[in-house]
Write a protein that binds this ligand. Structure first.
Ligand code: CP
Ligand code: NVA
Length: 334
């Protein structure tokens, strides 16, 4: 596929990739998805093994790496948040050197971005970022694939992110959109706008791609004629529970509800990386309801369950895109 060659590369943040490389991964994910649907085998990475380190919990990312590794013919070893020596008894640098002697690639989900960067620095094999506080790059390939499948293009698509725009999802979407020629809007309380330094960097990407980046507190302006309305949880993994009150106060005006969706284009879609708090069927959802009387949080159940919601297709695309990222950065065995 073209002249893009990502063999041996780490996948830590989309800042490290050109728009051409990102587009290649999106199209490769689509190719692998089509092959999977047709039952075509892609197991030409037989005999290789990947380590999956999770210092935070996961459903989608873990399952995607495991299923994708299996489909590619590889073995996988899952290291859960508690049962390895990482960080407590063994440094990241030592862990990287131990694991890269046994495995062909390493996935890492954890806290600060500097940890996955350190792991990559000492690893001899590709390291893939499965989410840090700052970035969630594998999610971006799945999200952009989902948008491309729905609209047939990425350039010129207006994506509005509502909620906490200064954490992993807001940051990553702003980077992806600005590299791919899209119109990114962070529509939220100004205390939750992305950091100025990252905004400035993305404005540089915009000059090359024709994208735009807008920060607004005005829901009517922000959601006007949007193609995609995107949100994420208001309190992320690793943040303290006592922050809910402050978040609800600041972000409730930015809940994705019917009114926000009806201000977008008629063909607009709703996206969410998941997991989502849209009803009382989760422990956290019930706790928030008991304390604050809010039965749906970042998105209403009506929008989540609507025809416009593509969240489960988006979740499936995690697997196809993670498969593309692993296949592109590893060397096939056969
Ligand atoms: N979207 C996402 O990363 O989901 P998990 O936390 O379940 O992996
Ligand atoms: N912002 C969320 C994303 C989960 C996929 C978190 O970090 O918990």
């Amino acid at each position: 596929m073209g002249k893009v060659d990502l063999t041996g590369r780490d996948f830590l943040t989309l800042k490290d990739f050109t728009s051409e490389e990102i587009e290649y991964l999106i199209d490769y994910a689509k190719e692998l998805k089509d092959k999977k649907k047709k039952g075509e085998r892609v197991d030409n990475y037989r005999g290789q093994n990947v380590a999956l380190i999770f210092e935070k919990t996961s459903t989608r990312t873990r399952c995607s790496f495991e299923v994708a590794a299996h489909d590619l013919g590889m073995g996988s070893t899952y290291l859960d948040p508690k049962s390895s020596q990482i960080g407590k008894k063994e440094s990241i640098a030592d862990t990287a050197r131990v694991l890269s002697g046994m495995f062909d690639g390493i996935e890492y989900r954890g806290f600060g971005q500097e940890i996955v960067e350190e792991l990559a620095k000492y690893s001899k094999v590709p390291v893939w970022n499965g989410l840090t506080d700052e970035y969630h790059p594998t999610q971006m390939i799945a999200d952009m694939l989902t948008i491309k499948e729905k609209f047939g293009k990425l350039k010129g698509i207006k994506l509005v992110y509502m909620g906490d725009a200064r954490f992993n999802m807001g940051n990553s979407l702003m980077i992806a959109c600005s590299k791919l020629g899209m119109d990114f809007v962070a529509c939220t309380n100004k205390d939750y706008f992305p950091e100025k330094e990252l905004v400035d960097l993305c404005l540089e990407y915009c000059k090359e791609s024709g994208a735009t980046v807008t920060l607004t507190e005005d829901v009517k302006v922000g959601t006007k004629d949007a193609d995609v309305i995107y949100t994420d949880v208001w309190v992320s993994m690793g943040e303290p529970d006592n922050i809910w009150e402050e978040r609800i106060k600041a972000l409730l005006p930015y809940q994705v509800n019917k009114e926000a969706m009806s201000n977008a284009k008629q063909a607009a879609i709703f996206m969410h990386c998941l997991p989502a708090y849209h009803d009382l069927k989760t422990e956290v959802g019930r706790e928030v309801f008991e304390k604050f009387g809010l039965s749906e949080i970042e998105v209403t159940n009506e929008v989540f369950e609507s025809e416009q919601s593509v969240v489960f297709e988006e979740a499936e695309n995690r697997m196809h895109s993670i498969k593309a990222i692993m296949a592109a950065t590893l060397k096939p065995s056969v």
